[in-house]
Design a protein. Structure first.
Length: 338
């Protein structure tokens, strides 16, 4: 596994019920991440969105904790049904427009661009499949950085390509099944598929075990759940225990735990959510008035498509691993700090 760039880690935010919980780092909440769309009129400018699980928001975790330029934290309180937008039938995903909530003098925010989405076309072209390496970055609530975000990474492999997962579908049509351990707090985390030169077994076999292939990293989808397991309680004789807890154990009963198999929604539902009329109108208005815009700064501007957004308009690019994410968010206009 190669080192994960800081830019990827800084695309993640944490979710809490209230500002007070975010300030002290409450042991409850989830994860989300930032993505960006380019202006159709000028690719130097773009729109920023926050993405997380729908169940995080309906459970009341609507306050974002984001990093500031000086390394501290800031708290953005969003309102369900006003800031957060859900697509009925779109699965366990919800999106919020963030341009009016972020400020260039205050926030250090990295965004995942569309060119790094592992759409169906990208998956097919690169023959992404069972066994491919993945990693996830998100909130490990037992050690999440306290008052500042310190995302944790977890690693695994694709176990099953997208298929319907029942009965725990949360309205999700199809999901990857990933051999990757998770737990509470990682809900809403971005999951990436990656390859490094030489780790494509199929390419190596076809070439007679010659090290071939180029490295890449793509956003595979969003983590929304994990398969449960039932663990049987077994009586252990008291003399075999240093400290007895036999009063809590009943022979033959079960407790519910989590398996090592994680459910990940593909990127297409994210694209669908970005296409809702409200967001499309906001981008159209922003393009005509120069409002609600951020400027790319620090990294080279990517040659992204300026065609209308759709699930089909995401060509594969071969940028260097470290150019996965754009640099710190910059607003086009001077504005009040949030």
């Amino acid at each position: 596994m190669p080192k994960i760039p800081t830019e990827i880690l800084e695309s993640v935010f944490y979710l809490y019920r209230h500002k007070e919980d975010a300030e002290k780092g409450s042991e409850y909440g989830g994860t989300g991440f930032f993505i960006s769309l380019p202006s159709e009129n000028d690719s130097r400018y773009f729109y920023v969105y926050a993405v997380t699980n729908y169940h995080n928001i309906i459970d009341g975790f609507t306050t974002l904790r984001v990093k500031t330029e000086n390394g501290a934290s800031d708290f953005i309180e969003l309102i369900p049904d006003i800031d957060w937008r859900y697509v009925p039938g779109g699965g366990d995903i919800i999106v919020a427009s963030m341009n009016k909530h972020l400020n260039e003098k205050k926030h250090r925010v990295m965004c995942i661009t569309l060119s790094y989405f592992a759409t169906r076309e990208v998956v097919e072209k690169n023959r992404i499949g069972v066994g491919d390496d993945v990693f996830m970055v998100g909130r490990f609530i037992d050690h999440d950085g306290g008052p500042t975000n310190t995302p944790a990474a977890r690693f695994g492999n694709i176990s099953v390509m997208p298929t319907r997962i029942e009965p725990m579908d949360n309205g999700v049509k199809d999901s990857y099944c990933i051999d990757l351990h998770s737990r509470s707090g990682f809900s809403g985390s971005p999951v990436f598929v990656y390859r490094t030169p030489g780790n494509d077994l199929e390419a190596n076999i076809l070439a007679g075990y010659t090290i071939l292939g180029s490295g890449f990293v793509k956003l595979l989808g969003i983590h929304w759940g994990q398969f449960p397991e039932l663990w049987e309680l077994i009586h252990i004789p008291k003399e075999k225990l240093a400290e007895s807890t036999l009063g809590l154990i009943v022979e033959g009963q079960y407790v519910k735990g989590l398996s090592g198999m994680t459910c990940v929604m593909p990127v297409e539902p994210i694209l669908d959510a970005l296409n809702i009329p409200q967001f499309r109108e906001e981008r159209k208005r922003g393009d005509s008035t120069l409002e609600l815009k951020f400027i790319k700064n620090g990294y080279p501007v990517e040659p992204e498509s300026t065609k209308p957004l759709s699930n089909q308009d995401n060509p594969q690019h071969k940028e260097d691993f470290n150019s996965l994410l754009i640099a710190a968010v910059r607003k086009k206009q001077p504005s009040d700090e949030t």
